[in-house]
Design a protein around this ligand. Structure first.
Ligand code: GLA
Length: 388
């Protein structure tokens, strides 16, 4: 996990005083998604796993009703008094944990005062869910320290509500769920409508997943994300007047072929096509894994990227360059953007023996075409949120 724990404990004491005896340590990972993009808020299927990198949290109870926040990654800190209502602090990182603490209070669960120190090793803004990681590590630690007995699934819901209502980002449930429920060497197959899920071992057979970071800031991501959501809702409304559906994922590809002529707006038609075909790709991907067919799985990843690029239009030049360069490396089974899009990262499946060539070839082409230096990380499915 690679955190300088001893140093962090010294930092904690330098900030808050006292000694090391009662400092508790928690960890929540980031996540990457293999298939099923922009399907979660459409009641669809997703296939994420939690990463080996994430957020570590050092925390100690206080004798008063104050909560103090510090982070090794961000300059802004905050002191909050639990006697009054919790208010947002500008657009700062601290709104993620504040939103979660607010959720406990909305349930009538009043936490004790605490000193908190966070450190993350997920690249910020790379679309690997550093925010869900901060939320879930906070929820887990607050629940544990106060013996509230809240289930992990409820913490997932609370973190999503914190992000939707307190932070103001209208995300789906995938990120928090993956950060909470992940297991070593397992990918999560989640139905975002029913929240039925299974943890499935991937037959890697000498292959690995590599995350490539565009290092491009995701500027438009939030506004475009909300726009895509309302476009999907608009299609549901139109189809609903002919055939009752709750969300787009209730339509099979065959049903979509039947109803698509109801949608006169070409853009809306493309958006819906992505969601409906992407759901089918997740189903096909699951079947491919069950048959140990990583070649077919990789083809589904490639098709997912094409659909995100052409029909959902959430890719960007940098992501497309990375994906195309990756797909052209000898031996690569599949590559696609991962997460919300408009920058961030790609995920590629390739033989372990090809990793060095991959980094060289993709790195060179990407730098040449964009002037940016990409970063590469090995992505290993790892355990979800926990106490260390
Ligand atoms: C972001 C959101 C998720 C999901 C993905 C796209 O990561 O937080 O809920 O919608 O984008 O699949």
């Amino acid at each position: 996990m690679d955190f300088p724990l001893k140093e962090l404990k010294h930092d904690f004491i330098a900030l808050y005083g006292g000694d090391m005896t009662n400092i508790q340590v928690y960890f929540a990972p980031g996540r990457v998604n293999l298939l099923g993009e922009h399907t979660d808020y459409n009641g669809g299927l997703v296939m994420p796993f939690s990463l080996q990198v994430g957020t570590i949290l050092l925390v100690r109870k206080r004798n008063d009703r104050k909560i103090r926040f510090n982070s090794k990654n961000f300059k802004v800190n905050a002191d909050v008094c639990l006697i009054t209502d919790i208010a947002r602090v500008g657009n700062e990182w601290v709104n993620y944990p504040l939103g979660v603490i607010n959720e406990f209070r909305l349930k009538g669960l009043e936490p004790v005062g605490m000193d908190l120190l966070y450190m993350g090793n997920i690249p910020n803004g790379a679309g690997l869910s550093s925010s869900a990681s901060i939320e879930m590590v906070t929820a887990f630690a607050v629940n544990d320290l106060n013996n509230f007995g809240v289930s992990k699934l409820e913490m997932v819901h609370m973190s999503q509500r914190a992000e939707n209502n307190f932070v103001g980002m209208n995300c789906g449930i995938m990120d928090m769920f993956a950060v909470g429920m992940g297991m070593d060497n397992r990918v999560i197959m989640l139905d975002c409508d029913t929240l039925d899920y299974s943890l499935v071992e991937i037959p890697m057979e000498g292959n690995v997943f590599i995350i490539s970071d565009t290092k491009k800031e995701r500027k438009l991501a939030d506004s475009k994300y909300n726009e895509r959501r309302s476009q999907c809702e608009a299609v549901v409304e139109i189809v609903n007047s002919h055939h009752p559906i709750k969300n787009l994922s209730q339509l099979s590809v065959a049903q979509w072929d039947q109803y698509k002529s109801l949608i006169s707006d070409e853009v809306l038609r493309k958006r819906a096509k992505h969601v409906i075909t992407e759901n089918q790709r997740v189903k096909d991907g699951m079947a491919a894994l069950a048959h140990h067919d990583l070649t077919l799985f990789g083809q589904k990843m490639n098709a997912s990227h094409e659909s995100l690029k052409t029909d959902y239009e959430v890719s960007c030049y940098e992501l497309d360059v990375l994906v195309e360069a990756a797909q052209n490396v000898n031996g690569v089974l599949g590559s696609r953007m991962t997460g919300a899009g408009f920058g961030g990262c790609t995920i590629s499946l390739l033989p372990e023996v090809s990793v060095a060539t991959f980094k060289n070839e993709v790195g060179e082409i990407y730098q040449q075409k964009t002037g940016l230096k990409p970063a590469f990380y090995l992505a290993v499915p790892s355990e979800g949120v926990r106490k260390l």
